[in-house]
Design a protein around this ligand. Sequence first.
Ligand code: SF4
Length: 468
Amino acid sequence: MVVSDDDKLHEECGVFGLWAPPDAEDAADEVYRGLLALQHRGQESAGITVGQNGGLKTEKGMGLISQVFSAGDLEKMNGHLGIGHVRYSTAGASNLANAQPLEGHGKLGDLAVAHNGTLVNAGVLRSLLEDGGVLFRTEADSEVLLAMIARKAAKGLENAVTEAMSAVKGSYALVMLVGDKLIGARDPHGIRPMVLGKKGNRWYLASESCALKSVGAETVRDVTPGEVILIDEEGPRSIEQDLANERATCVFEYIYFARPDSRIDGISVMESRLAMGRELAREWEVEADLVCGVPDSGVPAALGFARESGISYGMGFIKNHYVGRTFINPDQKMRERAVSVKLSVLKGEVEGKIVILIDDSIVRGTTSRRLVTLMREAGAKEVLFGVVSPPITYPCYFGIDTPVAADLIAHAKNNDSIKNALGADELSYLSLDGLKKALERKKGFCLGCLTGTYPIPPHKLRKVEEQW
Ligand code: SF4
């Protein structure tokens, strides 16, 4: 399995979908541009499916979207509707067979699906379907969904989709092509984000609103938790169903995963990160010469901290943006080495100073320890470490790539021991209350890995409805 080189929680994927009137042919080009804006959500593989006259065509490959598709490839993919996917894998091996979108064919015609997130009970559903004679070609959860929809085809498209969705448990945002229709769905708690956009007579679905901007579309609204949207010549319409549950959007979308220029469920990611820094500054009375953000996601919070505390903001690090994000089976040493390749300290900025380093989170602590060491080697007099999330003490059961609890530095250690393990002079985490203040809402978020209380209790995640 390919795992990430850095010491972060990791998003699973990004999805994008477009429906344009039948005389359009440039769906591949638009999906490509949407995926470029979602590349931060997954870099292992990328794929696009386009549809024309009810037929589908899929191209995919390993690597970044710009490595997988050339301008010539896109020109050969004529279509008026399309879906696309960028992948970071936690379920299934990282290989081309598991890259998405996945195509299938059944009584409903040609189908293709791409999803972000994890269908937590996909394994159980897969073996039930296999018992019923279904042969699977990949390990991807998306293929299970395709098989489930195909199995209910006799009930018509809308019923087949809603029945499949009601059996699936977990966190997901998915896009699907069925003939000349684009379908989008968001999990019943809205754990993974999804937005609906519009440009003229074209409609879009995307994991994040930044992808809508990249194709010049406007955000119409967030897809609501449990909503299934079908888009065709009549525009978008919600398929009635009874899946919606209390909203529990993954709080790490705001802390780390999403791009700062996105809005999720009405909250600006950039504003929320600035506010997290501001709240930490209110909670942590500290004196220092300089505030530095750990690139990239620590930077907005560090700005918020600096503005609130009155301590100058400085550029402590230069990031090398050209280092690939994945290594095969990295051990701890490789992860630590990778930090020095990616980040370099600007000695002149920090030498002789008391420096506050602001990062979005601490997972294992390996990256944070290395950052503190780099700062000290560059001559910082003291290194104070500020974290704009509460300690991550529990694993994620919704597909985010977290280490087992024992490998989370905050699982068994208190603040003092973590501070010592990092080699920092001080350490302060943002409180849960501070985080909620920064998000301007007390409710509506999954906080499972911070509190141990999940929107779906882990023991219920594998339950499967009888009819499958
Ligand atoms: S457990 Fe944590 S990482 Fe997983 S969905 Fe909930 S908030 Fe996000």
